[in-house]
Design a protein around this ligand. Structure first.
Ligand SMILES: [Zn+2]
Ligand SMILES: [Zn+2]
Length: 370
């Protein structure tokens, strides 16, 4: 008999899907969670939306995944946190917890006696992490950030975690991959330290979401679930594996003012290029941000307002002269990413449905079931 999946006050027997609220310890807050208990025995995975509440693509994708995944096709268990920072969402903060102004992804492992963000992290760590084998965390650029889709895996954990999280990340249909050197603070980084292979997927930004980006998130998550043997069916690989562009250089603003970025997310530049300027209200130059290395913009502030000591620009290190030119056109049809974005059906006909191009897909199952 398969064991009942129990998380806080919620429980799901084999073949059941149960939705409800998980209470955050020592607080009034409850977060919306769905448990999907497969009919067959297997691994347990956590899918989380809304660690950052203004990152809507990830939140909407988590909610739709919770609705679409059915126990009949699940081997093992899926836990979906539909929205972690619920109070931030309901007060429309820029991703900080409303009550204490903290970033949940900086406070792990958290504490039962701290402020609300610490308690949220503690609840995840004590009520969920002991039961999971894998973790997929869904993010976007923050409400004031533009972002190029990319994926993080773990670089600072045991060999099994590092290798497995990299393989999960390489399944994602994105152009870029970042290996994170951090093993604490963030929800997925800390999970990695506990021996749980984890990835963080970044897609969308600037307080917007759209159907096609949500579909892309769901496509990647379902493909990872198949790869891990948790969802029925074969995983597939894409012809272009995400390019590793780490380390990432994270630049915070040294001064408050008006921000004028030069490049778009996804654009490349050379060492020494001006990435943006901060000016005062009279147009006087306060600061010029220059690239410390050749690279590609992963995300950047796009709001006119920029505040001292907050994120300004983050870029993956990539030297086009040394590392080669980043090809953004589809190797199959020559059409570029922009066109794919407007017409998702077209994109799918190249990457999923049509086999006439042959080389684009490797349909070999890539399961790592143990
Ligand atoms: Zn985030
Ligand atoms: Zn695909």
């Amino acid at each position: 008999m398969k064991e009942t999946l129990k998380i806080g006050p919620l429980s799901a027997n084999a073949g059941e899907k149960v939705s409800g609220f998980l209470p955050i310890v020592n607080s009034e807050l409850e977060i919306p969670v769905t448990l999907i208990s497969g009919e067959k025995e297997g691994k347990t995975i956590l899918i989380c939306g809304g660690v950052h509440n203004a990152e809507y693509v990830g939140i909407q994708a988590a909610m739709e995944l919770a609705d679409e995944l059915v126990p009949e096709k699940v081997i093992g268990n899926i836990i979906v946190i539909r929205l972690l920072n619920r109070s931030g969402f309901e007060h429309r903060t820029m991703s900080l917890v409303y009550e204490d102004g903290k970033n949940i992804n900086r406070v792990f492992p958290g504490s039962a006696s701290g402020t609300l963000a610490d308690k949220i992290a503690f609840t995840m760590e004590s009520e969920i992490y002991p039961y999971i084998d894998y973790f997929i965390d869904l993010h976007s650029g923050d409400g004031f950030e533009g972002l190029e889709s990319y994926v993080y895996c773990l670089g600072n954990a045991n060999d099994y975690v590092v290798e497995t999280s990299r393989k999960m990340a390489e399944i994602a249909h994105v152009n870029y991959l970042v290996v994170s050197p951090s093993n604490t603070g963030g929800a997925y980084n800390y999970a990695g330290q506990l021996g749980i292979p984890s990835i963080l997927l970044e897609r969308g930004g600037n307080s917007t979401w759209c159907k096609s980006l949500v579909e892309e998130d769901k496509h990647d998550v379902k493909n990872m679930l198949r790869y891990l043997g948790i969802l029925e069916g074969n995983a597939h690989r894409h012809s272009t594996v995400p390019k590793q562009v780490s380390p990432v250089i994270y630049e915070d603003a040294p001064v408050s003012g008006c921000w004028y970025p030069v490049f778009q997310p996804g654009e490349t530049f050379k060492e020494g290029d001006v990435l943006g300027e901060i000016k005062d209200y009279f147009g006087n130059l306060l600061y010029t941000c220059r690239a410390k290395n050749g690279g590609i913009i992963l995300y950047e502030t796009i709001s006119l307002c920029i505040m001292k000591d907050t994120p300004m620009v983050a870029y993956g290190v990539w030297d086009e002269e040394k590392d080669g030119k980043i090809e953004k056109d589809c190797p199959v049809c020559g059409q570029n990413e922009k066109e794919f974005e407007v017409n998702h059906e077209h994109r799918h006909s190249h990457h999923h449905v049509s086999y006439s191009h042959g080389a684009d897909h490797d349909e070999t199952p890539v399961s790592i079931k143990e």
